[in-house]
Design a protein. Structure first.
Length: 373
């Protein structure tokens, strides 16, 4: 089969979707499969007015003999909506896969697969404007109606899609993602360099997250204020990192720091520097940061919410995201008990290793083969 994967969403504006699409494409490029993969890319950044891609080297994917790259205009332009079906027709594509819910819904010359990671705008409507919610709902309904199969990243997301959009389970395939291969315990000299550059404290809990309300940073801060261990002279710090729409977060607590966005290249060493990783989110379609932390050998505490229990299994301490007292108690316990941290580290490394992009690629190809028969 000729399989087209749309990589036009691999840019800095879509960090999560870009990571998913790039890792899937990378695995396809090394897969031993009797198929030809066609990667749809945008023109060079110098001739387009789109978000830049500073994270992923798409050119490196095109070196495999079973990969071909084709250029199409932005999927958000009229030209892109018109050009893509013609391009797929000329390339004799058998299955088209969009990692985003925006694609030509009516004029594709082949069956389509779409990945829908979660339906957060429907579940947390106050986090989006009315216009954004209406666009999301319309685009998702069109995508679900147009695609022959839907891929999602957890059974939790599958159940939400089934419940809210009345899609039968028989049309949805769950394919787990994984942490990038670069997420592993960092070498001591690299950890030391990152510690010095970010002026990190000796002992700290890390939370890598955005400032979206459902990420629940406020409850984590409340828990930090309640921690019994805070009265010690060598009390640990809480270090936050991640994209902020509203600028750096400010707190009235002397041992909380917000680093804001951190360079992708520094993330493995940042994780590896932490004593603990805490993730208080009220909902995740998959929840990659806890898995990345586990892959770097960091003990993890995370919410018993959304897909997170499904992803971390028994390898993390699970907490109620709306109970700051219980959150504080779990953090206190983990900081005070080296044996517990060691057990969580071992279990986390094993759990993270059970997820792989190679397996995700094989399972996704199986979806294409069902569609393309």
């Amino acid at each position: 089969m000729n399989i087209a994967l749309d990589l036009r969403f691999v840019d800095d504006h879509f960090p999560g979707i870009g990571r998913y699409a790039f890792n899937l494409a990378s695995a396809f490029a090394t897969l031993d499969a009797p198929h030809r993969f066609i990667f749809i890319v945008t023109p060079d950044a110098s001739v387009r007015r789109l978000a830049l891609n500073t994270r992923y080297n798409l050119t490196s994917l095109q070196r495999s003999p079973q990969v071909q790259a084709l250029t199409a205009p932005s999927p958000f332009s009229i030209a892109g909506q018109i050009a893509l079906p013609a391009l797929l027709r000329l390339a004799r594509v058998d299955v088209y896969h969009s990692p985003y819910y925006v694609f030509p819904y009516l004029s594709l010359p082949c069956p389509a697969v779409v990945t829908l990671y979660d339906i957060i705008p429907r579940l947390f409507p106050r986090e989006s404007s009315l216009r954004a919610r209406l666009f999301f709902d319309l685009a998702v309904r069109l995508a679900l109606r147009s695609a022959q199969r839907i891929v999602t990243v957890s059974y939790c997301s599958r159940d939400d899609i089934m419940r809210v959009y009345r899609v039968p389970a028989s049309r949805i395939d769950v394919v787990y993602g994984a942490a990038d291969g670069r997420f592993r315990p960092a070498e001591p000299e690299i950890v030391a360099s990152v510690r010095a550059r970010y002026q990190l404290p000796a002992k700290f809990a890390l939370c890598v997250t955005s400032d979206k309300p459902h990420k629940n940073v406020g409850t984590l801060v409340k828990a930090w204020r309640l921690m019994a261990i805070r009265s010690q002279k060598d009390a640990p710090w809480l270090v936050l990192a991640g994209h902020r729409k509203r600028g750096l977060l400010t707190f009235d607590h002397p041992r909380i720091r917000d680093l804001g966005p951190v360079a992708e290249a520094d993330l493995p060493a940042l994780y590896s520097s932490a004593t603990l990783f805490v993730y208080p989110s009220r909902y995740e379609g998959f929840g990659l940061p806890p898995l990345e932390a586990m892959a770097c050998g960091v003990p993890v505490i995370c919410s018993r919410a959304g897909s997170l229990p499904e992803v971390v299994g028994n390898a993390a301490l699970l907490i109620d995201p709306d109970d700051p007292q219980a959150m504080a108690a779990a953090i206190d316990q983990a900081f005070a008990d080296p044996a517990l941290r060691a057990a969580l580290r071992t279990a986390g490394l094993e759990r993270a290793a059970s997820f792989s992009w190679q397996r995700a690629a094989q399972e996704t190809v199986a979806v294409y083969e069902r569609v393309g028969r």
